[in-house]
Design a protein around this ligand. Structure first.
Ligand code: NAD
Ligand code: KPL
Length: 297
């Protein structure tokens, strides 16, 4: 049995793709829902179908737990349920950005904690409809020492979904690669209220992207992430902005729906890291503060 904590877009995607009967959602503490979660699932190819996913029962022993809450909810969500599960159960964190993964690993250092970086895309245009909007790759790797020996087993388990999953020993490096893209696209789309590709034409983006990429390059060097020139980072950001030109980023979607964004785990993480390392990060600071102001309006 695979347990999923966080029955939102990504959690429902995994639940719908894993074999029927092998997956269940983990209820919040105090919540003892009886009815299964039922929703329409629109796959990338093929016909829409109904997914019906049960809640994990006290007698079920999940072989692995997928955590698909937003970054800011993750530590509390895990803390609420973790005592139900044996210390050997692997926990895979699917959050974007950085910071939440390290917090979980630091709080439960003896548990097998893994992190995932995924380019799968899922959204819920209606509460009972889950759309698999784009497919890609998922990398999974260890965040704590005891997770290393479980890596191949969890990759094999999750491969039953039909998604492309790779074991990755250096998962931090993968998370950094995605962080660069999210830092260079998401806040601009939220502030400019536009799809990913449109940011490239705005003065806010054009006047600050080189500064942002210099900050990213310095932070990566100081964090042991190797030498990445600001020019190469800008090119990577713009390649993804072009490829996903018509997409609404997750941050813009959060702002449009009045939900808390993940800015504190993207540019906010980089701003704080800069403070810790003595590296100036005025563009990350500006983007973080402006997204905070947007949200508090
Ligand atoms: P979402 O908001 O749709 O889902 C999060 C779910 O977690 C919600 O249903 C929420 O009610 C639930 N939740 C919050 N606190 C909880 C708690 N204490 N216990 C149990 N459930 C709780 O978000 P999402 O789009 O599924 O994204 C989840 C994470 O995955 C984010 O960090 C996101 O950046 C990352 N991610 C998402 C996608 C995607 O395509 N949706 C792709 C890559 C990465
Ligand atoms: O990951 C994304 C997000 O929206 O969070 C990008 C790559 C920007 C695609 O929209």
């Amino acid at each position: 049995m695979i347990g999923i904590l966080g029955a939102g877009s990504l959690g429902r995607l995994w639940a719908a793709l894993l074999p029927v009967g092998s997956v269940a959602f983990i209820a919040r503490p105090g919540g003892s829902p009886e009815a299964d979660i039922s929703y329409r699932f629109r796959p990338i190819n093929g016909r829409e179908l109904i997914a019906r996913i049960p809640w994990l029962r006290a007698s079920d022993d999940p072989g692995v737990i997928l955590v698909t809450t937003k970054a800011g909810d993750t530590v509390d969500a895990i803390a609420g349920v973790i005592d139900q599960f044996p210390g050997t159960t692997p926990i895979i964190l699917f959050q974007n950005g950085l910071g939440s993964q390290q917090r979980v690993a630091a709080r439960w250092p003896d548990r097998p904690i893994l992190a995932a970086s995924t380019t799968e895309g899922a959204n819920r245009p209606e509460p009972d409809l889950l759309v698999h909007a784009g497919t890609g790759d998922t990398w999974i790797g260890p965040m704590t020492e005891s997770a290393g020996s479980q890596l191949n087993t969890v990759v094999e388990l999750l491969s039953a979904s039909g998604l492309t999953i790779h074991p990755e020993q250096d998962i931090l490096q993968r998370l950094w690669q995605k962080l660069v893209i999210n830092a260079g696209i998401n806040p601009y789309t939220a502030l400019l209220d536009c799809p990913n590709g449109d940011i490239l034409a705005f003065p806010l983006y054009r006047d600050t992207i080189d500064g942002l990429c210099h900050e990213l390059s310095a932070l990566m060097r100081a964090s042991g992430q190797g030498e990445q020139t600001p020019e190469a980072l800008r090119e990577r950001i713009e390649t993804v902005a072009h490829k996903t030109a018509r997409n609404t980023s997750s941050m813009r979607a959060d702002v449009l729906k009045g939900r808390t964004t993940e800015i504190n785990f993207i540019n906010g993480y980089l701003w704080k890291l800069g403070k810790d390392l003595g590296i100036r990060t005025p563009v990350n600071q500006m983007l973080t503060e402006r997204v905070h102001q947007l949200w508090s309006r």
